[in-house]
Design a binder for this molecule. Structure first.
Ligand SMILES: Cc1cc2nc3c(=O)[nH]c(=O)nc-3n(C[C@H](O)[C@H](O)[C@H](O)COP(=O)(O)OP(=O)(O)OC[C@H]3O[C@@H](n4cnc5c(N)ncnc54)[C@H](O)[C@@H]3O)c2cc1C
Length: 397
C-alpha cells in the first residue's frame, strides 16, 4: 500500500487551498444574495484568475485546457477546492458540469466536442443532465423512465417531463435521457441526447425552490413538447443511455465525496477554533470531554471517508467496476459529512446557527447529499445484494 501523494499534486493542492482561502471565501458572505450563489461577472473574474494561476480544471485533459490529473490525483485537489462551495465553480470542477464534461470527453463525436465540450471546458458555458422525472416517472428506479424519443424520418421527437435538472436555467445545453425502444428492458432501451437549451420544444417551467440551494441555474422542472433533434444529437449510440450514465455516475459520485470532504474539514476547523477560544464553566469548551468526543468523531469519520475515496478511485483508475465500493463510499461520506456539520453547529452554539458562519448554509445543502446520485437506501440495497450474493443468496426482488 502506498498512500503517498506525488509532490506536484501536493504542490497543486497547496496552491488551490491558498486560492480558495484568499480569493474565493470572501465571496461566501454574499451567497444568499444571488440566486446562483455568485454573480456571473464575479465568477468570470474568479475563473480568469484561476486560469492565470494555472489551477483551472485540474480534472480535464491538457488539450482541453485542464491540468491532466487522474481521478486518483484529483482527490486532495478537489477537497481543497471544496473548502468553499464556490471553489469548485471557480476551478470549473463543480457538479453537474464536471460529470458532464467527463461524459462528453468519453463519448462525444468530434462535432459534439467542438459545439458543446470545448466551450464548457473553457468555463464559457454551463450544462445540465436531465434524467430524474416526477412521479410516476424515473427517480430512484431509473427503469421507470417515461420520457420518450420516437423516430420520425432522420429525426427523433422527444416528449416528457423532468425535474431536478441541476443548472438548467441559463445552461447552454441539456443531456436528456429518453426511452428510444420501449420494447426492450429499460436499461437497454434508453438513449442520451444533446439539445441546445433554446431548441424549440424545451420549456424550463421553474427553478424548484429547495433548502440550501443558491446554485447556478437552480434545480429545474422542464417539459419537452415535440422536441425535434437530428440523429447526430445522440450521445454515444442508441440504446446506450444507461451504460453511459453509469460511466458518468461512478466517478461523479467520487468527485462529490471529494468536494463534500472539503466543507466538512473546514467545518471541523471552524468548530475547533471556536471550542479552543470560547470559555464556559471554568475552561475552554475544548476542555470538556463531550466536546472533545465530538471533535474526535468528526476527525475519525473524515479520515475514514478519505481512505474510502482513495481506495475507490484507485479501483476505478485501475479498470475495476467498483460498484459496491463506490456505493459504500457515497453512503458513508454523505452521511458522515452531515454528522460533521451537525456537530460543528452544536459546538458553535448560536453562532453556528447564524449566517455569520457558513455552517448553517452547508448544513442545509448537505441534506440533499443523502438523496441525489442515489439515495442512501438505494446504495445500501446495492451493497446488500452483493453481501447476500457472496453467501449464495439472492437479495434482488
Ligand atoms: C439538489 C438535487 C439535485 C439534483 N440534481 C439532479 C440532476 O442534475 N439531474 C437528475 O437527473 N436528477 C437530479 N436530482 C434528482 C436525484 O437524483 C433524485 O432525487 C434521486 O435519484 C432520488 O429520486 P426521487 O427523488 O424521485 O426519490 P424516490 O424515488 O421518490 O424515492 C424517495 C425515497 O424513497 C427511498 N427509497 C427509494 N428506493 C428505495 C429502496 N429500494 N429501498 C428503500 N428505500 C428506497 C429513499 O429514501 C428515497 O429518498 C437531484 C436531486 C436533488 C435533491
Amino acid at each position: 500500500m502506498d498512500f503517498s501523494v506525488p509532490v506536484r499534486v501536493q504542490e497543486l493542492t497547496r496552491r488551490v487551498r491558498q486560492f480558495v482561502d484568499a480569493e474565493v471565501i470572501p465571496y461566501e458572505a454574499a451567497v444568499d444574495d444571488h440566486e446562483d450563489g455568485i454573480a456571473p461577472d464575479a465568477l468570470a473574474r474568479l475563473r480568469a484568475k484561476a486560469k492565470s494561476e494555472g489551477i483551472f480544471a485540474p480534472q480535464l485533459p491538457i488539450e482541453l485546457g485542464g491540468l491532466g490529473l487522474t481521478l486518483e490525483e484529483i482527490v486532495p485537489v478537489f477537497e481543497a477546492a471544496g473548502r468553499s462551495t464556490l471553489g469548485p465553480l471557480a476551478l470549473n470542477c463543480s457538479a453537474p458540469d464536471e460529470g458532464n464534461m467527463h461524459l462528453l470527453h468519453m463519448f462525444a463525436s468530434p462535432e459534439q466536442v467542438e459545439r458543446y465540450l470545448k466551450p464548457l471546458a473553457a468555463g464559457e458555458t454551463r450544462s445540465a443532465f436531465a434524467m430524474t422525472e416526477p412521479a410516476p416517472g424515473a427517480g430512484s428506479d431509473p427503469t421507470m423512465l417515461q420520457t420518450s424519443a420516437v423516430r420520425d424520418g432522420d429525426d427523433w421527437v422527444i416528449n416528457g417531463h423532468k425535474w431536478f435538472t441541476s443548472g438548467a436555467d441559463g445552461a447552454a445545453f441539456l443531456i436528456i435521457m429518453a426511452i428510444t425502444n420501449p420494447d426492450v428492458a429499460a436499461h437497454k432501451g434508453a438513449t442520451l441526447f444533446l439539445a441546445p437549451i433554446d431548441a424549440q420544444g424545451i420549456e424550463v417551467l421553474r427553478r424548484v425552490p429547495i433548502m440550501g440551494g443558491n446554485d447556478p441555474g437552480g434545480h429545474c422542472e422542464i417539459k419537452f413538447h415535440d422536441l425535434r433533434l437530428p440523429a447526430s444529437a445522440i450521445l454515444g449510440e442508441e440504446g446506450q443511455g444507461f451504460a453511459l450514465t453509469q460511466k458518468r455516475l461512478g466517478p461523479a459520485r467520487m468527485t462529490h465525496c471529494m468536494r463534500w470532504t472539503g466543507i466538512a474539514q473546514r467545518a471541523l476547523e471552524i468548530a475547533t477554533r471556536y471550542a479552543t477560544e470560547r470559555q464556559a464553566f471554568g475552561s475552554a469548551l475544548s476542555g470538556h470531554q463531550s466536546i472533545q468526543w465530538m471533535l474526535a468523531d468528526s476527525a475519525t469519520e473524515l479520515h475514514a471517508g478519505r481512505l474510502m475515496i482513495q481506495h475507490t478511485t484507485w479501483l476505478l483508475v485501475n479498470g475495476n467496476d467498483a460498484r459496491q465500493e463506490s456505493s459504500m463510499c457515497k453512503v458513508f461520506v454523505a452521511e458522515s459529512v452531515n454528522k460533521v456539520l451537525d456537530r460543528a453547529i452544536q459546538i458553535c452554539g448560536a453562532k453556528g446557527i447564524s449566517r455569520d458562519l457558513p455552517l448553517s448554509r452547508w448544513y442545509e445543502a448537505a441534506r440533499a447529499f443523502r438523496i441525489y446520485d442515489g439515495a442512501s437506501e438505494v446504495h445500501r440495497m446495492v451493497i446488500a445484494r452483493q453481501v447476500v450474493k457472496q453467501f449464495g443468496g439472492d437479495a434482488a426482488r
